[in-house]
Write a protein that binds this ligand. Structure first.
Ligand code: NIG
Ligand code: FE
Length: 417
């Protein structure tokens, strides 16, 4: 067999090859092959076997995994990729105890990023998005979801969505796009949020026609959008053929988890303060809980999402960085895996489901991403780690050694000097 990719001497190969999304207790069963090797051609995995069997493979492109861990490329299911500026001055406010929603109410937070993003040019936003995408790729991510939401007006929201579209062309990572025009109430509509939502939903048909987004999302929160407003908005989005997502129960428990299930959202995101009823409904639904423990950490809160309970009751969970300039400023999903272990009390097996197969399903790409299997695309990471437990254990640094996208090496760790 002729191959243009051969990875030999794999200590542990985590294939994640199973039917998904993976719910509840099944998140503990990790499909893993020891002492493995794999080969691919034209970007597709063609063979998976034992390391002793590689003599039948002819190739000039052999990579020795040196007995280390090999996994599918990580899937990042929730980012606010496109924005301008930064908000380091908010850190002091947070230290003084000013709540996140209070900063927003005073015109800061999301709204300060909106001001900056409205002024930024398409090229500036694109360059910055590509920079962050590079950093994600270096950390082992091969597919991401990216949201708009820092325009809150037609022109800038479209500018952000077009940046995402252009980034898809220019960058090797796969990108799924989400319209989050309903991310906050802009000052122009302070007293009539319904009119603002009408303006945003008037964009649905154009966004659909121009294929600028796969999902529609809304921030359901005190001082932002109510449950009723969110329900109406998301139902309308579904009428236009969009799958929907919700920023739900992040800070105040409004019942957003229940709403996510009620409207058949592909994912309910955050769910930090989900109610008992919400947890039960989620567990009995097809909605995936996308948990963002880095945000809880970064906002300095003590109450982490009840992800442990959600899984114990039978839910499917994914985890994400929530990368954005305010509530979670990191591209490093490996760090979030550590926080998930320490604060959500997820096991390493559950965590690997949450960043591969379940994350892929949370962005409608379960048939494409999140597993290594014959006839699937070769999105693969070779790690500087002996086993899968090691990544959440050794925290805060980058363990990616080699990142392969569509069968091509897109990142290789360089030594110093
Ligand atoms: O998911 N909560 C709403 N949106 C983002 C934060 C955006 C920002 O602060 O700029 C989140 O946490
Ligand atoms: Fe978010």
């Amino acid at each position: 067999m002729k191959a243009d990719l051969l990875i030999t001497n794999i200590g542990q190969l985590l294939t994640m090859e199973k039917d998904g999304p993976v719910k509840g207790k099944a998140m503990k069963d990790l499909p893993l092959i020891e002492n493995a090797a794999l080969a691919g051609k034209d970007g597709i995995v063609e063979w998976i076997g034992q390391k002793e069997e590689t003599s039948k493979i002819q190739t000039e492109h052999e990579i020795d995994a040196k007995g280390n861990l090999v996994t599918p490329g990580l899937v990042e299911p929730h980012t606010h990729l496109v924005f301008w500026g930064s908000r380091e001055q908010e850190m002091v406010l947070k230290q003084q105890g000013v709540p996140y929603l209070e900063i927003l109410k005073q015109g800061g937070g999301i709204l300060s990023t909106v001001q900056e993003t409205r002024k930024a040019s398409f090229e500036e936003l694109l360059d910055k998005a590509l920079f962050h995408l590079d950093r994600m790729a270096m950390h082992g991510i091969t597919t991401i979801e990216a949201k708009s939401g820092y325009g809150l007006e037609r022109e800038t929201e479209l500018k952000q969505l077009c940046v995402i579209k252009e980034a898809k062309e220019k960058h090797p990572l796969d990108i799924v796009s989400t319209f989050l025009g309903a991310h906050a109430i802009p000052p122009e509509y302070k007293d009539n949020p319904d009119d603002f939502l009408a303006e945003m939903s008037d964009m649905f048909s154009e966004i659909k026609e121009r294929r600028l987004a796969d999902f529609v999302d809304i921030f359901t929160e005190t001082g932002v959008f109510t449950i009723d407003q969110s329900r109406r908005y998301l139902q309308k989005a579904k009428e236009y053929g969009f799958d929907v997502k919700i920023h739900a129960d992040e800070i105040d428990p409004l019942g957003g988890t229940e709403l996510a299930v009620e409207v058949g959202a592909v994912s309910g995101d955050h769910l930090a303060v989900a109610s008992e009823t919400g947890i039960r409904k989620l567990a009995n639904s097809n909605t995936i809980g996308v948990i963002l423990p880095g945000t809880t950490f970064y906002l300095g809160k003590d109450r982490y999402a009840p992800a442990r309970k959600m899984i114990d009751e039978g839910a499917a969970i994914a985890i994400s960085t929530d990368f954005n300039p305010g509530s979670s400023v990191t591209e490093n999903l490996q760090l979030i895996m550590s926080i998930a272990a320490l604060k959500l009390k997820l096991s390493p097996e559950e965590i690997w489901h949450a960043v591969t197969i379940n994350a892929a399903h949370a962005i409608g790409r379960g048939h494409l991403d999140g597993m290594i299997a014959v006839n699937r695309k070769a999105d693969i990471v070779i790690w500087d780690a002996p086993n899968y437990q090691y990544i959440p254990y050794h925290y805060g640094v980058n363990h990616a050694n080699t990142v392969i996208k569509n069968g091509k090496v897109i990142y290789r760790r360089q030594g110093v000097g």
